[in-house]
Write a protein that binds this ligand. Structure first.
Ligand code: ADP
Ligand code: GLC
Length: 492
């Protein structure tokens, strides 16, 4: 007998392509789409940021969810919920409209009411289910922004029998962002009379940590790769949460992210000029030449092209690039295409590098999805020297696009890329261990040497393109876990 479809409420701060700063958006959208396509009843809620291009969407107000009011601390807020279909998908999405909180230039802010923006999202996710009479089997929360849902279900909404059977899952995409606020937000959280529910030592120190609160109360914790699930149990990667994670180790599972193969498919990618596949790989070279022309890079004599698409933050190991690439450019022939934005010191570095090597370095500062696809398609190799990387998506996009990933062996990079061994012809990329300039230097030189060995390079590219990291596989792991916790209350 087929199993009963699950009822899932997925709540997230980002959803691709509507609101995206990084991989959280890709994962929320692709996982929700997978679950919907599998026949599960999935209700997705995200904020209606003013950055969402409403004119490009077909938006319908949900009649019974207009001009609702909610008391958050001293703030009497009014919100409405609209609905739309995710572009290019069949997924229905709910948009939480509250201009007072979400009409800001970006998705995240450093405003003094940042906590309020995500308390509202978390509470409205629960209240939306109440108004719909929707009893979710699973509340699936993502990162600190929605990590308060489990606590609210056990406090403010504990009276509601609708949620009697509901289990909560919190997925950690990045433990580097925890949502730490001064204890002054206690009132806005509505927890002033329930302070004993919060982490006592943090409170004594005058702060409240949203992610930590989620770790205390969610039924199941997941993170986005098996290696990262192990790494965050220790002080080097746990960012202060390792002790708590160790206590909850039995409820913590690492599931590697998948790739949205409709969006990232070199055979049918409307954002690249020349579609190609593993069997018809010649199109890749055409994409490379078109990209290099567009970026005004020297493409003579089969110049190898190294790509990079990244948030420019400490996490991504840009300091290793700073230490290695300027010298390497003097000694070796290759070109570099970088797309990203972030910390000014890194942006300045890439700007200077571009000025110094105008024919071999191009830095595009900003966020540009089309160019991201073109860099994946046009580059020969792609570098991710991350200090830590919960999963990382670009290395998996690279594999699909026949672009050899050069990665540090950490988190999801370690789980998705294997070092190529020319002797046996096995492996999918270049992998280095230490977070050091010499290790990255070795890796880049190894890749450039291997590029000259055309037979090995072809094999390496084909190995990568044969890998299957689709959501068809990875999404099923979530479904199995959801079913397990519903049956047994825990994952074993
Ligand atoms: P993270 O979530 O830590 O930023 P991931 O590798 O998981 O890292 O995901 C990053 C996602 O954001 C990828 O889809 C990548 O293509 C995209 N991305 C990052 N920076 C840019 C940019 N400047 N322009 C377009 N896409 C970007
Ligand atoms: C985070 C991580 C990244 C991961 C993404 C999606 O932003 O930094 O490694 O791939 O979330 O899970």
């Amino acid at each position: 007998m087929p199993e009963k479809p699950l009822k899932i409420c997925l709540v997230s701060a980002e959803l691709s392509p509507l609101a995206k700063t990084g991989g959280l958006a890709d994962v929320s959208a692709a996982l929700a789409t997978f679950l919907g396509n599998q026949g599960h009843d999935i209700r997705v809620l995200i904020p209606f940021y003013s950055a969402i291009d409403a004119a490009a969407l077909d938006i319908t107000p949900v009649q019974f969810l207009q001009n609702r009011s909610i008391q958050i601390g001293n703030h009497q807020l009014s919100y409405s919920i609209d609905t739309t279909t995710l572009p290019g998908k069949s997924l229905n999405v709910y948009l939480l409209r509250c201009p007072e909180l979400y009409d800001r230039p970006g998705i995240y802010t450093d405003g003094s009411d940042e906590h309020l923006r995500f308390i509202l999202l978390s509470r409205v996710a629960i209240e939306m289910c109440q108004h719909m009479g929707f009893a979710p089997d699973i509340f699936h929360c993502h990162d600190w922004h929605t990590a308060l849902v489990p606590l609210y279900l056990q406090t403010h909404y504990a009276w509601d029998q609708l949620f009697e059977q509901t289990k909560t899952v919190l997925t950690i995409h990045n433990i580097g962002y925890q949502g730490i606020f001064s204890a002054g937000v206690l009132h806005d959280m509505g927890m002033q009379d329930l302070a004993e529910k919060l982490h006592r030592e943090d409170l004594a120190l005058g702060r409240i940590n949203f992610l930590k609160t989620g770790l205390l109360y969610a039924d199941l914790l997941t993170t986005v790769s098996p290696t990262y699930a192990r790494e965050i149990l220790g002080p080097a990667y746990g960012m202060g949460l390792q002790d708590l994670l160790q206590q909850r180790q039995d409820s913590l599972v690492g599931i590697l992210n998948g790739v949205d193969i409709d969006e990232w498919n070199p055979e049918q990618d409307p954002l690249i000029p020349f579609p190609y596949s593993a069997r018809r790989i010649s199109g890749k070279k055409k994409n490379k030449l078109a990209l290099m022309k567009e970026l005004e890079l020297d493409s003579s004599d089969d110049m190898p092209l190294l790509g990079m698409v990244s948030r420019l933050t400490e996490q991504k190991g840009i300091e290793l690039i700073q230490k290695v690439v300027p010298t390497l450019l003097q000694h070796r022939r290759f070109a570099l295409a970088v797309l990203g934005s972030g910390e000014p010191r890194y942006e300045r570095f890439f700007n200077r590098l571009q000025q110094r090597h105008r024919d071999r370095v191009c830095f595009y500062r900003g966020f540009n999805n089309k160019l991201a696809h073109q860099i994946e398609a046009g580059s020969d190799m792609f570098v991710m020297p991350s200090r830590f990387e919960p999963c990382g998506l670009n290395q998996m996009y690279s594999l699909r696009y026949g672009t050899v990933p050069i990665v540090r062996r950490t988190g999801g990079l370690a789980d998705s890329v294997q070092l190529f061994e020319p002797g046996s012809g096995t492996g999918t990329g270049i992998v280095f261990n230490d977070f050091s300039a010499s290790a990255l230097d070795w890796a880049l030189n190894a890749a450039l040497d291997l590029y000259q060995d055309k037979k090995s390079w072809r094999k390496l590219v084909q190995n990568g393109m044969a890998r299957d990291y689709s959501w068809e596989r990875q999404g099923q792991i979530y479904v199995d876990l959801f079913r397990q916790i519903l049956l047994t209350g825990n994952r074993t």
